[in-house]
Design a protein around this ligand. Structure first.
Ligand SMILES: [Zn+2]
Length: 306
């Protein structure tokens, strides 16, 4: 049975659904913005109660997305964007270890079998965006593709950076690559894409990537267009709505802090007051909303339905 944390948005003919693996995770804001304080969080009224606790802790989710579109060469598109953490994993922090398999149950509740997923798109190659690329075969102990008929899309710049530098630099564990990326590449199921890439298009809709390097060397976000409607899935170019108001502030997890700052600032400039629905990869409920200029001239994130 699907969990009530599932949530869907219709963008023209395209349906986007979030599947949550860790819901309402709270922590200090400097987990996301290294020099931000609880006092700043408490002072931003629009963050409450959805995106922050009264004590000034940030709220966030760890989640992936399913994007479904009709009429592509006679068939539809069934794509997973960012396959989250995965079940039964050993990772650096306890909260990410040995999660149950709810992700697949939620997927099935959309009427989709694993074999019906035709595309898996990873905005970048962190462990919480590649997890369900594979599952551990209980008999052989091997990691097998969760989606046996999918093409898996990895940014070429991103993959090359991890493959040639990051996984050997002594600062980053590569367990998640060994388990969730290497088996896909070995089976020839990966496509390495440019930062500006048309993922798929059909009658009246189009899904493309745009570059947002900085969080990781080849990070991209995903843009969905259908008719006159638009949405964008951020990946980790930001982790929390507060960064819409302060895109220039340092993001703790950006591997290149200056590039990350520039990507965030251009993103906010491009999408502010544009009517485009912004879907935050780690945003807590309602996860989707608009970046808007408030009457006082400040920028804020206006969650849908708030
Ligand atoms: Zn992430």
């Amino acid at each position: 049975m699907a969990r009530e944390t599932m949530m869907s948005w219709q963008v023209g003919e395209v349906k986007i659904t979030r599947i949550v693996e860790i819901y309402n995770f709270t922590d200090n804001i400097n987990m996301t913005m290294s020099d931000a304080t609880a006092e700043e969080v408490i002072a931003l009224e629009w963050l409450h109660p959805h995106y922050a606790t009264p004590e000034g802790l940030q709220r966030m989710n760890f989640q992936g997305f399913v994007v479904q579109a009709p009429n592509r060469n006679g068939g539809g598109l069934n794509m997973v964007v960012d396959s989250c953490i995965g079940a039964g994993r050993e990772r650096d922090f306890d909260v990410f270890c040995n999660l149950p398999e709810g992700f697949l149950e939620d997927l099935e509740s959309l009427g989709l079998s694993r074999a019906e997923i035709d595309t898996v798109m990873c905005t970048h190659l962190h462990f919480d965006h590649v997890g369900w690329n594979t599952y551990k075969d209980p008999e052989s102990g091997e990691y097998r593709p969760t989606f046996p008929k999918a093409r898996y899309l990895f940014g070429k710049t991103e993959y090359d950076a991890w493959q040639n530098v990051i996984r050997h630099d002594g600062h980053h564990s590569d367990n998640h690559l060994v388990e969730c990326v290497d088996p896909i590449v070995a089976l020839g199921m990966a496509d390495f894409i440019e930062a500006n890439h048309v993922i798929a298009e059909g009658e009246g809709w189009r899904i493309v990537t745009e570059p947002s390097h900085g969080h990781t060397p080849g990070h991209v976000h995903v843009c969905i267009e259908s008719g006159s409607e638009r949405a964008v899935i951020t990946g980790d170019l930001m982790h929390h709505p507060m960064q819409c108001a302060m895109p220039h502030r340092t993001a703790t997890f950006d591997m290149d802090k200056d590039a990350g700052r520039q990507s965030r600032q251009s993103f906010v400039e491009k999408y502010r007051d544009s009517g485009v629905v912004v879907i935050g990869a780690h945003f807590f409920d309602p996860t989707a909303g608009h970046i808007e200029t408030a009457p006082d001239g400040e920028t804020w994130f206006h969650g849908l339905g708030l």
